[in-house]
Design a protein around this ligand. Structure first.
Ligand SMILES: [Zn+2]
Length: 164
């Protein structure tokens, strides 16, 4: 296992479409191990393969640090509801911004044995799944941020502050 270099905002690899995984090879398994290690090392709750420079449809998510989920070729099957909250990305360290997303998603994905599964998530898990799957299509949360990005720890401006 090894910690890989996380590609930062502005790196063109983050804007590319990733390819479907057809077969899980020993190299794919090594990539998956490294992605988990890299995510935990950076205190992230999700990481997508393009963030370590690999254009494959693979992402890892763990919103509790106790429930690692590997998703190969994930696809959102259903979504509903709405949530708005602060969101960050390991490719934009130290930054966050408010994003509105579905509050519920159902996602189909494949595991390392290429067996199909479905996962349902709400709130933070739903947010992380949507964020990571968008990475696989070359999209970053910055496209959806309401207002400006903030530094992590900075207060969100209240409505009163934004009035004259
Ligand atoms: Zn991200």
């Amino acid at each position: 296992m090894a910690i890989r270099n996380i590609r930062l905002f502005g790196d063109p690899v983050l804007e590319k479409q990733c390819k479907e995984v057809k077969e899980v090879t020993p190299r794919t398994l090594e990539l998956i191990d490294d992605m988990f290690e890299t995510m935990y090392d950076a205190n992230g709750v999700g990481l997508a393969a393009p963030q370590v420079g690999i254009l494959k449809r693979i992402c890892v998510v763990d919103v509790t640090y106790e429930d690692p989920i590997l998703l190969i070729n994930p696809r959102i099957m259903e979504k509903s509801g709405e949530q708005t909250g602060s969101e960050g990305c390991l490719s934009l360290p130290g930054k966050c911004g408010d994003v509105t997303r579905a509050n519920y998603v159902k996602v189909e994905y494949y595991d390392e044995n290429m067996e199909r599964h479905e996962i349902e998530g709400t709130e933070l898990l739903a947010r992380a799944l949507q964020h990571e799957i968008e990475h696989l299509d070359g999209h970053l949360y910055t496209e959806k941020v309401i207002g400006d990005l903030r530094d992590v720890g900075e207060e969100a401006p209240s409505d009163e502050d934004t009035e004259e």
